[in-house]
Structures are given as structure tokens and as C-alpha cells.
Write a protein of this length. Structure first.
Length: 517
């Protein structure tokens, strides 16, 4: 049985993931440890994510700007919770010049910075410094900005797209006159993420609030969208934070209110990253490689002419170019169809497998018979073949051109439905108490928390009593032993609650518990 990949999801999900990243030409390890090179096909997906989100940000009143990569250490140190949360991941610049000493290039001892600079792990502190200069009156608020940038968090264990020392993201930052306005912004942006991820990425999520121990450092409230991967683990796909006045107080962001009093601004931040591409792979990939929802495919259709190095190739290419021109006039998902012709000097079978691995939604193969008969033979990549040979469909060219927009729309909707059904089938609410929780999740997955987890049964939805203090410390330790975490408390809550899964006390809220990336 021929498959496009050597490793299956069932045999080793972690190795399968890495093989998809490599064989689908998405990314590769760089010469810098822990960093990645994003290849054109992978970056094309990121560009479509950027474009879709950027439009939504601007539709909700936000403007793009840019802030420095380097942040003075004193800025970070102003916010105690923030520095504690990121201290172990910060890259620090201490010198501004190199010098050759004993034949080796080393930091020049005479070029030490008077204040170390932190390579941006996130930008709340340096953006807050600018907000301090921009705000003097309530009339200056709200400020609604976003930046597309790279950040550095010095991870020891890295995995392409999921966790790298440097990654790409967007970070929104806003300032408001009061809590109500800032909190409304926090919820508006988590909903922007939910709508985008579900409708464009075809990746269903659960929206909810992070528990106190899982909040963003320095935030009053953190909301997340949690997606389920095919191995049953959770992936935090995006977050939105209400920061209260903590950062405003640290950065002295004050304004004169309408009543003449001086007040601190209420701020928010929110972001998603290239981690979304990792989620895309693990939500939709199969044992032949990546499957892309049409909305995120850099090329939604690739035409493969079966060239034979014969004079008839000229007519075949003419037919393919005419087909491409007609397809480019069609639309799907509100945009013109993205289509190209693959004329690389490879045989058609090799091209097909390359395109299957890359997840091209529609692979069109045109030979002399199709060209002379006015036909189109195409393969739909949204199908999960389960080891069976993929079957092509043959239509006349006119039929294909007329139907292609609907075919791509149906593929997009079908992939979302498939992922939703899988998620719903793997969330259980019947687990009671620690013993059943341990039995449900089974043994630890081992030292590599991103490793194979074929025994992972999915998520548990359970009531809890919001314990705190020493009681919560004990619970966190027990969760850590099982390598599971509380993902969030879903926004949609029942009217009544079961006893707390951890303590047996009356429950006040439902939470999601899972292993995660």
C-alpha cells in the first residue's frame, strides 16, 4: 500500500508531525539552535493568516504600527508579575560591539551596555512607555493598535511551529478609559480569533477564561481559544488579556478624566502566532501529509500537465493555460481562486505525491486525452483515504469551471464539520474524582511532553469549586504528575454544577482538563 509518508499518526504522532512539516515543505531547522526557516509554502499559509486577521483588526478599528525589538531591562522590571512569568525565557543583550582577542571574536569588554536590553518576548512594557506619552486626556482614548512582529522566548525544547526560540506573531495592545470599555475589547478580540480560526482554518475551538494559575503574567483576566488536535491534546490557539491598570500604573499611563480627576488607563493585549500552522497540521493532516482548508491554501488548485517531450505538449500546455485563465475568473470563499500550473521536470506521479503531501485542495491532472476531449481530471485532497488509492473525478472543462467554486466551498465546510464531530466525540463529562481522572488519562506520556500519545482519550469537562491557596498548590502538583492542565472555563456554562472533581465540594464552574502542547 503506497502512502506519501513513512510514518503514520497511529504509530508515532510526534514523528508524523515532524515528517509532515518537512515533506510538505513548510519549514526546517535553521543553523541557529531552536529557530526555524519557514519555507515559501509554509510562509504562504502564514501570509493568508495575516491577511485574514489584519482585515478583521482594521474592521474593528485597530491600526498597525511597530515598536523596537529591544526592551530596556528596567521596563520589564517595573512589572513584577510580568518579569517573573518570562524571566527564564528572556534573551539578553549586554554588549554593543565585538573585538578580536587572541584570534577570536568576543564581546568587547569595553563595549558593555550601561543597561542590558531584552530581546522582545512580548511588548506590553515598551508599548506602555509610548502610551504614557500619547495619553493626557480621556479624549485621547481608546488607543487601538496592533503590530506584526517576531518575538524571542528562549525555549530549551523546541518543535517547529509549536515551540521555537523565535517565532512570528501579532500582538494587539489597547488603552481605555475604564474597565467596561477595556473588558469589552478583550471579549471582542477573543471572538475575532474564534470566528477566524473556525471559519478560515476550519479548526473548531472552545472559548473560555483561563484559571488564575494559568493567566498571562500581570493580567486580571485571560481568555483563550482551545483547539483539539487529532491525538486528543489541546492547543492554545490564541489569547486575549484584560490587564486592568497594572501595566498603566507601572508605566505611568495617566489621563485627565471628564470629571477633572487623574486616572490610570485600563489596558488589554491579545495575540496569535505561527503556532496556528502547527494546529492546522494536527487538526487536518492525514497519513499522506497535510490537508489544507481551501481558505488557507496558497494555491487552491494546481494543474499538472502530463508532458511527454513531444510536439503535442504545446497543445496540452495551451489547454492548461486556457483552463487556468477561466478558473482565475471564478471565486470561492469571497475571493478569486488561486491556481497555478506545475511545469517542473518531474513525472506526473511524482508531482501528484508532492502535491498530496503539501495539501493542495484540488490537484488537476491533464493529459492528451483530457485536452483533446475538453475534460478535467481532478483529485480532492479533503478526503481521508485510510490507505485506499485516491480516486480522481472527471468532468468536462465547462462543468468543472462552473462547479469549482462550490466544490471548494464544500471542502471548507466539510473539513470544519469533520473536526467538530471529532472534538465533540472526545470530550467527556462523566469523570468523577481523582481516581477516575487518573484512570482516564492513564500513564504519563514520558519526558517528551510533545511526544506520542496514542492512548490519549481526549478532554475532560468537569465541575470545580475554584480552590485557592495551599489547596490549589496541591491540586497543581497532582495535575503536573499526570501532565495535564486546566485549559479554560468555557464561556458556555450549565445552570447547575456537579461536585468539584478535585475536592468533592459544591461546584461553581465547569472547566476543561487535558494534556496539551
Amino acid at each position: 500500500m503506497q502512502r506519501a509518508l513513512k510514518t503514520s499518526r497511529a504509530a508515532n504522532f510526534s514523528a508524523w508531525y515532524q515528517e509532515v512539516v518537512r515533506e510538505a515543505d513548510l519549514a526546517e531547522n535553521s543553523a541557529v539552535r531552536g529557530c526555524m526557516v519557514i519555507r515559501p509554502w509554509g510562509y504562504g499559509i502564514w501570509e493568508l493568516i495575516q491577511q485574514g486577521l489584519d482585515r478583521r483588526f482594521k474592521e474593528t478599528g485597530h491600526e498597525n504600527c511597530y515598536f523596537p525589538l529591544f526592551i530596556p531591562l528596567s521596563f520589564i522590571a517595573k512589572e513584577a508579575e510580568h518579569v517573573e512569568g518570562f524571566a527564564k525565557e528572556m534573551a539578553v543583550v549586554t554588549h554593543h560591539r565585538l573585538k578580536k582577542i587572541n584570534g577570536e571574536l568576543v564581546p568587547d569588554p569595553d563595549a558593555e551596555l550601561t543597561e542590558p536590553l531584552i530581546v522582545r518576548p512580548t511588548s506590553e512594557t515598551i508599548i506602555g512607555d509610548s502610551f504614557r506619552n500619547w495619553v493626557s486626556s480621556y479624549r485621547d482614548l481608546p488607543i487601538l493598535i496592533n503590530q506584526w512582529a517576531n518575538v524571542v522566548r528562549w525555549e530549551m525544547r523546541t518543535r517547529l511551529f509549536l515551540r521555537t526560540a523565535e517565532f512570528l506573531w501579532q500582538e494587539g495592545h489597547t488603552a481605555h478609559v475604564d474597565r467596561d470599555d477595556a473588558f469589552a475589547e478583550t471579549m471582542r478580540m477573543v471572538e475575532v480569533y474564534r470566528e477566524f480560526v473556525e471559519t478560515v482554518m476550519a479548526m473548531p475551538v472552545v472559548v473560555g477564561e483561563k484559571t488564575a494559575n494559568e493567566r498571562f503574567p500581570g493580567a486580571d483576566n485571560t481568555y483563550s481559544i482551545e483547539a483539539m488536535m487529532q491525538d486528543g491534546k489541546a492547543l492554545q490557539a490564541g489569547t486575549s488579556h484584560y490587564l486592568g491598570t497594572h501595566f498603566a500604573e507601572a508605566q505611568n499611563i495617566k489621563f485627565q478624566a471628564a470629571d477633572g480627576t487623574e486616572k490610570h488607563a485600563h489596558t488589554t493585549s491579545w495575540g496569535v502566532s505561527t503556532r496556528l500552522i502547527g494546529g492546522l497540521i494536527m487538526t487536518h493532516g492525514d497519513d499522506d501529509g497535510l490537508r489544507l482548508p481551501p481558505a488557507l491554501a496558497p494555491k487552491q488548485i494546481i494543474i499538472v500537465p502530463r508532458l511527454r517531450n513531444e510536439p503535442a505538449d504545446a497543445d496540452l500546455l495551451k489547454y492548461c493555460n486556457e483552463l487556468q485563465a477561466e478558473l482565475r475568473k471564478q471565486t470561492t470563499l469571497g475571493a478569486p481562486i488561486r491556481v497555478s500550473i506545475d511545469t517542473k521536470d518531474k513525472n506526473a506521479s511524482q508531482k501528484r505525491w508532492d502535491l498530496v503531501r503539501r495539501g493542495v485542495p484540488l490537484i488537476v491532472e491533464i493529459g492528451g486525452r483530457e485536452a483533446s476531449g475538453g475534460q478535467v481530471s481532478y483529485l480532492r485532497r479533503d478526503k481521508l483515504y485510510n490507505g485506499e488509492k485516491a480516486q480522481s473525478t472527471v468532468l468536462t472543462k465547462d462543468e468543472f469551471v462552473a462547479q469549482v467554486g462550490g466544490i471548494l466551498d464544500a471542502m471548507q465546510n466539510g473539513m470544519l464539520l469533520e473536526a467538530r464531530e471529532r472534538m465533540a466525540s472526545r470530550i467527556t463529562d462523566s469523570v468523577k474524582g481523582w481516581d477516575e481522572l487518573k484512570a482516564h488519562f492513564g500513564a504519563s506520556v514520558g519526558d517528551d511532553e510533545d511526544g506520542p500519545s496514542t492512548d490519549n482519550p481526549g478532554w475532560v469537562r468537569a465541575s470545580w469549586c475554584r480552590p485557592d491557596g495551599d489547596e490549589m498548590v496541591k491540586i497543581e502538583a497532582q495535575l503536573a504528575q499526570l501532565k495535564i492542565t486546566i485549559r479554560n472555563a468555557p464561556l458556555t456554562q450549565p445552570k447547575t454544577f456537579k461536585p468539584c472533581i478535585f475536592t468533592g465540594k459544591p461546584g461553581v464552574e465547569e472547566i476543561l482538563i487535558a494534556r496539551s502542547y
